[in-house]
Design a protein around this ligand. Structure first.
Ligand code: HEM
Length: 122
């Protein structure tokens, strides 16, 4: 798997989704989901694009297990965290908080894997 390309493409998909949500909020004048919009754009687009750049700049980062752990941990953790934030803020499922906490932990651990990978390969 090309981790750099995968981060760039998933980042662009999150950006389109984040823009769509922002446009919907503006048009409906309902800003309840503004934190979802912000985190879709930041955890989704901004971080994934920066990660994509880092793997393109230092190809060695993509060679071992840590790169794959980072990619999949960030993808799965971000998806579950943001779906949870949506369900929480829209009032659909307030009991989702423990699931979100676990997913945030996955994003945190994925970022730790990135740090270890940086220290080992830079
Ligand atoms: C088509 C593109 C976009 C549209 C239409 C849009 C629209 C909006 C709207 C309507 C709000 C709520 C403003 C309010 O609460 O008064 C907002 C907030 C915000 N947006 Fe966007 N946005 C866009 C792109 C982006 C991007 C690319 C980023 C970051 C990379 C971003 C980050 C944020 C942040 C951090 C907030 C504040 C959220 C909060 O107060 O909880 N937006 N945006």
């Amino acid at each position: 798997m090309n981790i750099s390309k995968a981060f760039f493409i998933t980042g662009a998909l999150w950006l389109l989704f984040g823009m769509g949500l922002g446009m919907h909020m503006g048009a409906s004048e309902n800003f309840t989901l503004a934190p979802v919009h912000a985190h879709v754009n930041l955890l989704g687009f901004t971080l994934m694009t920066l990660f994509g750049l880092s793997y393109r700049l230092v190809p060695k980062l993509a060679e071992g297990l840590f790169g794959r752990l980072h990619f999949w941990g960030h993808q799965i953790g971000t998806l579950v965290t943001l779906a949870g934030l949506y369900l929480l803020l829209s009032g659909t499922m307030p009991a989702i908080v423990p699931v979100m906490a676990a997913a945030e932990g996955v994003v945190f651990l994925a970022t730790l894997a990135w740090l270890v990978n940086l220290i080992r390969n830079l």
